[in-house]
Write a protein that binds this ligand. Structure first.
Ligand code: FES
Ligand SMILES: [Fe+2]
Length: 428
């Protein structure tokens, strides 16, 4: 494995902020991660080139977001703003949200409908639904004076275009010609786990954006970290949504980049004694919900899996916590900050009762969620803890030092899988 930075892409650091002693990967092991990888601005720039503009599929919207011709959403692929839009023939286009004139955003709302054309607000250049530059205001000047040069070729000026693909209503985009078809990219097992949840038309219930004070990779690792769930999240363990001692496991795709972890429900809440014996703060048998209907789950997928967390490299999360379903998108915002974009959904055929159940269970997640508020701050704790430790490493060795599927969640296998994929894309 080539662990050097590529000088052709990555110029030596000279700015005052790039003093972090980054360098080659410290050990050729998936179980050690250097802290500079969360801090180094040059590394951040290289991630944009090699991961987000590389051979990866990046979530851009749900098909239900843009049902009609001209319906669009704006989003980001890494740091690059994009527009994703439904074309007249029903296909979905995605292109950079950057005007070919002076670089302004072409669309600045979260979404909407444009019928046939996007028009840049700055000088009114217009683009069709495929991102082709179609119109230039006063192209021939005024009264024979001014205007664009006669040999100016509109067709050679347009924002970058991305390829799109869909899987079960999730829309992904890529800039690279080398990105394999989505099912091949994910592998059979992870594709099956996407299909398990997204098994029929969905209905969007709401969305919001949560700013987090940490590098984007710390959040992706957190979702893949099956070890922390019942230790950090008191609510999970206390109300028996997931515990390490319950049956379950983690599936890691062959290339390491994607994962699905799952907890199988059981009536007898096994393992309570194990938590008590170890004096873990996660076990409180005396706590009860004043209104237990807040949870009141039903086994809607018929397989007793009450929790499934799934990631698609690099930045997509598909969540099933009981009947609370969501897509989360991780959006990098510099080395030490990110946004988490949540879209909650149910199914188009949900009954009123099921809708109410989902709404109640949505109290579990989100910035103030009874479970996930801890994930909102623990990444910041790491970012702060490693402030002056760029040359030190973390220890990611629960469950060994490889990245294969395991029939336990007392493992960091999926986190190591992330680093396996990351290092391959980054050529580290
Ligand atoms: S920047 Fe878009 S038209 Fe000028
Ligand atoms: Fe968590």
């Amino acid at each position: 494995m080539d662990i050097r930075h590529d000088a052709s892409v990555h110029e030596p650091a000279t700015t005052p902020h790039s003093h972090i002693p980054h360098g080659p990967w410290p050990e050729d092991s998936l179980a050690r991660v250097p802290y500079w990888v969360y801090q180094d601005p040059d590394n951040y720039t290289l991630e944009q080139r090699r991961i987000f503009e590389g051979a990866t599929w990046n979530f851009v919207c749900l098909e239900t977001d843009i049902p009609e011709k001209g319906d669009y959403r704006t989003n980001q692929v890494g740091g690059m703003p994009v527009i994703v839009v439904r074309a007249a023939d029903g296909s979905i286009n995605c292109f950079e949200n950057r005007c070919a004139h002076r670089g302004a955003l072409i669309a600045f709302d979260d979404g909407g409908n444009v019928q046939n054309n996007f028009k840049c607000i700055y000088h009114a250049w217009s683009y069709d639904l495929a991102g082709n530059l179609r119109g230039i205001a006063f192209e021939h000047g005024v009264n024979g004076a001014g205007g664009m040069p006669k040999d100016f070729k509109r067709e050679t000026h347009s924002p970058r275009k991305l390829r799109t693909t869909s899987l079960c209503g999730l829309v992904f985009a890529t800039l690279s010609d080398d990105t394999p078809p989505i099912e091949e990219y994910l592998g059979t097992e992870i594709t099956g786990r996407v299909r398990r949840v997204l098994n029929r038309p969905i209905r969007i219930m709401g969305r919001f954006t949560q700013p987090l004070p940490n590098n984007w990779k710390l959040y992706v690792e957190n979702v893949k970290d099956t070890y922390h769930a019942s230790l950090l999240h008191l609510f999970f363990a206390t109300f028996r949504i997931t515990r390490l001692t319950q049956a379950g496991g983690v599936l890691v795709s062959p290339d390491g980049g994607h994962h699905a972890s799952y907890t199988i429900g059981s009536e007898d809440a096994p393992g309570a004694a194990a938590f008590r014996e170890k004096d873990l703060r996660s076990e409180r048998d005396d706590y009860k919900l004043a209104d237990p209907s807040m949870l009141d789950p039903v086994d809607e997928f018929g397989d007793r899996i009450q929790l499934q967390m799934l990631t698609i490299f690099p930045c997509t999360v598909l969540q099933q916590v009981h009947n609370c379903l969501a897509v989360r998108q991780v959006v990098p915002k510099g080395t030490g900050s990110m946004e988490l974009r949540w879209t909650y959904f149910g199914f188009a055929d949900d009954t009123a009762e099921m809708n109410k159940r989902r709404l109640k269970q949505q109290n579990l997640v989100g910035p103030a969620g009874l479970v996930s508020m801890e994930d909102g701050c623990v990444g910041g704790f790491v970012q702060r803890g490693i402030a002056e430790a760029g040359d030190k490493v973390s220890v990611v060795e629960m469950g060994g030092d490889t990245a294969e599927s395991q029939a336990t969640r007392a493992t960091e296998s999926a986190v190591r899988g992330f680093w396996q994929a990351y290092r391959r894309h980054m050529n580290y």
